[in-house]
Design a protein around this ligand. Structure first.
Ligand SMILES: NC(=O)c1ccc[n+]([C@@H]2O[C@H](COP(=O)([O-])OP(=O)(O)OC[C@H]3O[C@@H](n4cnc5c(N)ncnc54)[C@H](O)[C@@H]3O)[C@@H](O)[C@H]2O)c1
Length: 355
C-alpha cells in the first residue's frame, strides 16, 4: 500500500489536530509542518520529532513536494496556499472551512483547482460523529418519510458555523443543487472579525428537488437547551411527511418517526472526527471511485449558498445559483447591514455580540 507524504501548514488548533491525525495514520507520513508563528512551530517540533519545519509555507512545500498539502490557516489565508500546493505537485489539497471569505476568492480557488485537475477536500468533519451519521441513516432509510425541509441553527457566527450547517443539511438532502436563496442580516460587530460575518444571518434556500432549506446563524438563532456548550448549540435536521430527525452538535440526536420518538448519544469530538476524515483522504487517493465525502465540490456549493444569502442582503430579493461572477461580499455587507445593535436570543451571547 502506498504511503502518502503530507505537509501541514498552520499549527493552531486545527493544524495540530490534522498533523496528529496524519502522523497517527499508517497510510501517511507527516513530512513537514509550518506556521508563521515561531512559538507554535516550536511546540509542533517537539510533538512531531524528525519532521521538517519552516515558517515559510511555500518554501517548505516546494522542498518537500508532498502528495497531500494540508493547510489550516485563518479564513483570510487561502488562494496563495492553494497555488503553492498546486505548484509543488501535490495530488490532493486538504484545507479548512470556510472555502473562502468572498466569492471573488472562492471562484479563483475553484478555477485553479479545476485547471490543475487537483483533488481537494474541505474540513466539514463533524459529519463523522455518531449522532450525525445516525440522523443521516434515519433520513436516508425513509424514517421521516419524504423530506420536505432541512434546517440548521447555530448561536456562533457565520464564518465559524454556517458552512457546517449548510454542508450537513445538503448531505441530508443528498447534495441536490440549490437554485436560489434569499436572506437577511443584522449586527455589524463581527464584520471586522477574522471570521468576518454579520452578527446574525437567516434565510431560505430552494433546492432543485423542491426541498426547502432554512438557516438561522448567529446572535438571533434559537437556543438548543440540551447543549450547554455555547459553540455547539447547533440544531441540524430534516423534516418530512412522517416526522423529523435532528442532530445537536454538542449533544446527541433525536427523531420522531412512524415508530415513535427516539433519541441517542453523540457529541462533536475532534479526536474521533479528524482521524476518520483523514482516513477517507487515503481512500480517495487509492481509488478515484471512492471520492471523499467532504470533497471540494460539495463545500464550494455550500459557499455559494452562504455567499448567496449575503448577496441577498446586499442586493435584495432572490439570488439565483450557481453564482457566475465573484465579488467581495464582506465589503458589501459593511455597506448594507444596518448600524443598529443586534438583538440576542441568549443572555450568554451578549458578551460576543456587544456592538
Ligand atoms: N472544521 C472545524 O471543525 C473547525 C474548527 C475550528 C476552526 N476551523 C477553521 O480552521 C481554520 C484555522 O482555525 P484555528 O482555530 O486552527 O486557527 P488558529 O488561529 O489557532 O491557527 C492558525 C495558524 O495558522 C498560522 N498561519 C496563518 N497564516 C499563515 C501562513 N500564511 N503561513 C503559515 N502559517 C500561517 C498561524 O500562525 C496559526 O498557527 C479557520 O479557517 C477556522 O474557521 C475549523
Amino acid at each position: 500500500m502506498m504511503r502518502y507524504r503530507v505537509v501541514v501548514v498552520g499549527m493552531g488548533k486545527r493544524g495540530m489536530h490534522h498533523a496528529a491525525a496524519f502522523a497517527a495514520n499508517p497510510r501517511f507520513e507527516l513530512a513537514g509542518v509550518c506556521s508563521r508563528n515561531p512559538q507554535r512551530l516550536d511546540a509542533a517540533t517537539t510533538k512531531f520529532a524528525g519532521v521538517k519545519t519552516s515558517t515559510d509555507a511555500r518554501g517548505l512545500v516546494m522542498d518537500v513536494k508532498p502528495d497531500v498539502f494540508c493547510f489550516c490557516t485563518p479564513p483570510d489565508v487561502r488562494l496563495p496556499l492553494v497555488h503553492a500546493g498546486i505548484d509543488s505537485g501535490a495530488t490532493l489539497i486538504a484545507f479548512e472551512k470556510p472555502v473562502a471569505m468572498t466569492t471573488a476568492e472562492g471562484l479563483a480557488i475553484k478555477d485553479v483547482l479545476d485547471r490543475a485537475g487537483v483533488r481537494a477536500v474541505v474540513s466539514h468533519q463533524h459529519r463523522y460523529g455518531e449522532h450525525y451519521m445516525k440522523v443521516k441513516e434515519i433520513i436516508a432509510s425513509g424514517g421521516v418519510g419524504q423530506v420536505e425541509s432541512v434546517y440548521g441553527t447555530a448561536t456562533g457566527w457565520a464564518a465559524h458555523m454556517l458552512s457546517h450547517l449548510v454542508d450537513y443539511t445538503c448531505w441530508f438532502n443528498d447534495y441536490e443543487p440549490a437554485e436560489w436563496v434569499m436572506g437577511q442580516a443584522a449586527g455589524r460587530g463581527k464584520l471586522t472579525d477574522v471570521h468576518a460575518s454579520p452578527d446574525y444571518v437567516a434565510g431560505v434556500v430552494h433546492f432543485r428537488n423542491g426541498v426547502r432549506g432554512i438557516y438561522d446563524c448567529g446572535a438571533g438563532a434559537p437556543d438548543v437547551p440540551d447543549v450547554p456548550y455555547w459553540w455547539r448549540k447547533c440544531r441540524i435536521g430534516a423534516k418530512g411527511t412522517d416526522g423529523y430527525a435532528e442532530v445537536h452538535t454538542g449533544g446527541g440526536w433525536r427523531a420522531v418517526t412512524r415508530q415513535g420518538s427516539q433519541s441517542g448519544p453523540g457529541g462533536m469530538d475532534y479526536e474521533l472526527d479528524t482521524p476518520a476524515y483523514v482516513q477517507d483522504i487515503a481512500e480517495w487517493l487509492d481509488d478515484d471511485r471512492q471520492p471523499h465525502p467532504a470533497r471540494f465540490d460539495r463545500a464550494y456549493h455550500g459557499m455559494e449558498i452562504v455567499s448567496g444569502l449575503y448577496r441577498s442582503v446586499i442586493e435584495g430579493g432572490q439570488i439565483a445559483l450557481p453564482l457566475t461572477s465573484g465579488m467581495d461580499e464582506i465589503e458589501g455587507l459593511k455597506a448594507k447591514v444596518p448600524d443598529r445593535k443586534v438583538r440576542v436570543t441568549l443572555a450568554e451571547s451578549a458578551k460576543e455580540y456587544k456592538e
